[in-house]
Design a binder for this molecule. Sequence first.
Ligand code: SME
Length: 325
Amino acid sequence: MEDKEKKLRQINQQLKALVSGEDDYLANLSNAAALLYNELEKVNWAGFYLMKEGELVLGPFQGLPACIRIKVGNGVCGSAVEDEKTYVVEDVHQFEGHIACDSASESEIVVPLYADERIVGVLDIDSPIKERFDDIDKKYLEEFAKIISKESKFQMDALESLKSRRSVRSFKDKKVEDEKIIEMIDAARLAPSGKNIQPVEYLIIQDEKKRKEITEIASGGDFIAEAPLCIAVISKKCEHDIEDGSAATENILISAKAQGLDSCWVAGYKKDYSSGIEEYFSLPEDYRLISLLAIGYSNKDPEPPAKKSIEEVIHYENFDLEREV
Ligand code: SME
């Protein structure tokens, strides 16, 4: 085996040892950048850009300070995201649109970083010599990126997930992992509850036959059959169970998005078919359905729906009919 290949294999082994058992993605990316920068020869920058609100933002790296934001489609990094493939650039000066962060850079490799089949960022390595990277680097650095993805939880923060969430009604045929379901229910059970009565409970439905049967009862919710997971939020009737159940439902939707999942809030407790669903689940008399949620990995990115501006909805101190919008 060539020395080069041996070295790259060794780096991947070292990475495995560094990230094994640790799911914090920032910690793992930081160690990964340090490992590459210190172990690879003829490299002047090694690090990551991460997808945030639709663009790449500088992540952990080693080397000189770099540009912070890169739009999808721009530079080598943005091209790797747009085309979902590794770019090996022999001479950065020949790459149209190359973004020069360090004037010493002559060649570059950019490898997409995935979590659950979606791109969450890129690994970027620059070299001060031309033609530094080839297909052997590509092979081992793609494996390097996979090792990071396998161990790390790439989660959005709560504000980003609630601002980027859209209702999705078309899903991939891909199961939702058990630990993600538990994380969603954990977020739901921690939602505010009037007088802390906590009347809300959750039915997890993954069985295909059952999901089909549910869609036959819940008109307008056909995509529940397509989504790999349906969660029925139910509640014991009490003074605030609708509010409690709705708050828990929202926590599930936001936590789903934070974990790379998409969703749609299908039913409310007022629907004509709500009692049909309650019967289907054989709920006790003193329980009711609050919401039915379809959850899974999105098949496409839906257009954001038009939303009112802050000015249209905000009032200070009193309801102000005359306020200027
Ligand atoms: N050259 C990259 C920008 C990032 S720096 O190399 C660190 C590009 O063209 O996308």
